[in-house]
Design a protein around this ligand. Structure first.
Ligand code: NAG
Ligand code: NAG
Ligand code: NAG
Ligand code: NAG
Ligand code: NAG
Ligand code: NAG
Ligand code: NAG
Length: 400
């Protein structure tokens, strides 16, 4: 077994604590003391795992410290449960991926942890070779999500910068009470499937004060998400904040209690999108509030698409069984990049209801933008009727 040096030096602890004013009795595990090799292209995965293992088994609150420098790390799982009431991962350096991560669905994974804090740091998955492979149509490995959380409860992730993920930058699965704040997620507009944050089967997630500029969804909200709050996020380029796609399989958990406030979309494909496959489903979307939203040159600023059937494979003549109800758009303004800024293309058999628009003012080339509406029931405030000239067929006794 490798020699293990724990940083007991009073002087170094004092220096550390002036930089990070953490609990005075926290134990610090510096990866350099476990053989991590900064800046020389040598793998440091094992050093990260050893430092984690001690931090996680510490009874006292523990800090795993990644000092400045660039560290090459392969696919890695930081697993709990941990002994202490909380582990902190302080990243002052840059973590860089091996190309081999593409053979795994996750690069850096945190799992089964109650009480986790991650601060700072740069994650560079170096995804460009992987995107080139996907774009060439050749056989490619599956591709990794850069930072995943499975079964993590009561956590805070702040100050992370993630660049060039192979697939999504972050994934949140089966988590509870996580705060994601001040994160910056960046990949080129043309990079395939680089979502910002994917969430499913999770409750009490907050994403605030962050910037997400990628090639795919800014945030993708999947089945079983409830009590999610997104606030103060800048999205774009990318495909917008999407609830869905849902109803891919017939029995899915619903999506409920989603609040998106103070969000700006710039040059994105979509803004506020809900998309479901036109397939039978027990699923639902209810109780969604979008408030104080600004669109800058967005192709589909507001869209509900219940006919999401890429390639029309086996679903083009069905309708969605997924019920969408109680969706409020309050104070949505800005510019659309296409004439139709608002689309409600709901299911012919399961209409959307409780759609409410108040103070929605979107323009296209300095004129009021148009809307398309099918099988949707709801209300819109008088103040915005000027922009509300539906071009859709008002069939199925609906639309407003
Ligand atoms: C990288 O640095 C570590 C120690 O910092 C050293 O042990 C290792 O030999 C170095 N590797 C190369 C390829 O320079
Ligand atoms: C995936 O694994 C195979 C076999 O271990 C290896 O040859 C290949 O280079 C790996 N691919 C990537 C992209 O890492
Ligand atoms: C949440 O985690 C923090 C440490 O990260 C801990 O101090 C706190 O007690 C935990 N709260 C709950 C409700 O578990
Ligand atoms: C946000 O994160 C960046 C690093 O990405 C850091 O430099 C900055 O201090 C953080 N801001 C706040 C308010 O914590
Ligand atoms: C929703 O999540 C927030 C943040 O975790 C939490 O403070 C709040 O109590 C939750 N609300 C409900 C109704 O569960
Ligand atoms: C509408 O949203 C904009 C952008 O977030 C905000 O500046 C403005 O104060 C909001 N208006 C009201 C009445 O809340
Ligand atoms: C809608 O927005 C345009 C452009 O910002 C503005 O000129 C117009 O007065 C607004 N209309 C209403 C009803 O607020």
């Amino acid at each position: 077994m490798a020699k293990i040096f724990i940083l007991f030096s009073v002087k170094l602890v004092a220096v550390f604590l002036t930089i990070f004013p953490l609990s005075a009795n926290a134990v610090i595990y510096n990866i350099l003391n476990f053989g991590a090799n900064p800046d020389n292209g040598t793998d440091s995965t094992e050093a990260f795992l050893q430092a984690w293992s001690l931090a996680c088994s510490s009874i006292a609150p523990a800090i795993m410290w990644i000092p400045s420098g660039t560290y090459l790390v392969n696919t890695i799982a930081f697993s709990g449960p941990c002994e202490s009431a909380g582990v902190t991962v302080q990243i002052d350096g840059k973590i860089q991926a091996h190309q081999e991560i593409g053979n795994h669905s996750n690069w850096v994974l945190f799992e089964d942890i109650n009480g986790l804090t991650i601060n700072g740091g740069i994650l560079d998955a170096r995804g460009s070779q992987f995107w080139d492979c996907k774009r060439s149509g050749a056989y490619c490995p599956q591709g990794a999500t850069s930072l995943s959380f499975n079964d993590v409860e009561n956590g805070t992730v702040s100050g992370i910068v993630s660049v060039d993920s192979q697939r999504a930058h972050m994934a949140i699965n089966d988590c509870k009470s996580l705060l994601i704040t001040n994160v910056t997620l960046i990949a080129p507009r043309q990079s395939p499937n680089t979502d910002g944050i994917d969430i499913q089967s999770s409750t009490g997630i907050e994403i605030i004060d962050s910037s997400i500029r990628t090639g795919d969804d800014c945030i993708a909200i999947g089945p079983g998400t409830n009590n999610l709050s997104v606030q103060g996020v800048a999205c774009g380029p990318g495909h917008g904040i999407s609830i869905g796609s849902l109803a891919r399989s017939p029995d899915e958990a619903g999506v409920e209690g989603i609040t998106v406030t103070d969000v700006t979309f710039t040059g994105s494909e979509n803004g506020l999108r809900i998309k479901t496959w036109p397939k039978p489903s027990d699923g639902f979307v209810k109780n969604v509030l979008y408030q104080n939203i600004v669109m800058n040159n967005v192709r589909n600023p507001v869209i509900i698409d219940q006919n999401y059937c890429p390639g029309s494979k086996g679903c083009s003549d069905q309708s969605s069984g997924l019920k969408i109800s109680g969706v409020t758009y309050l104070n949505v303004s800005g510019t659309s990049a296409t004439p139709i800024a608002v689309t409600f293309d709901c299911s012919a058999t399961t209409p959307c209801d409780g759609i409410k628009l108040e103070n929605v003012n979107l323009t296209y080339l300095e004129q009021p933008a148009k809307s398309f509406c099918f099988s949707a029931l709801g209300t819109s405030s008088a103040g915005q009727l000027g922009t509300w000239s539906s071009v859709g067929q008002s069939s199925a006794g609906s639309c407003f």
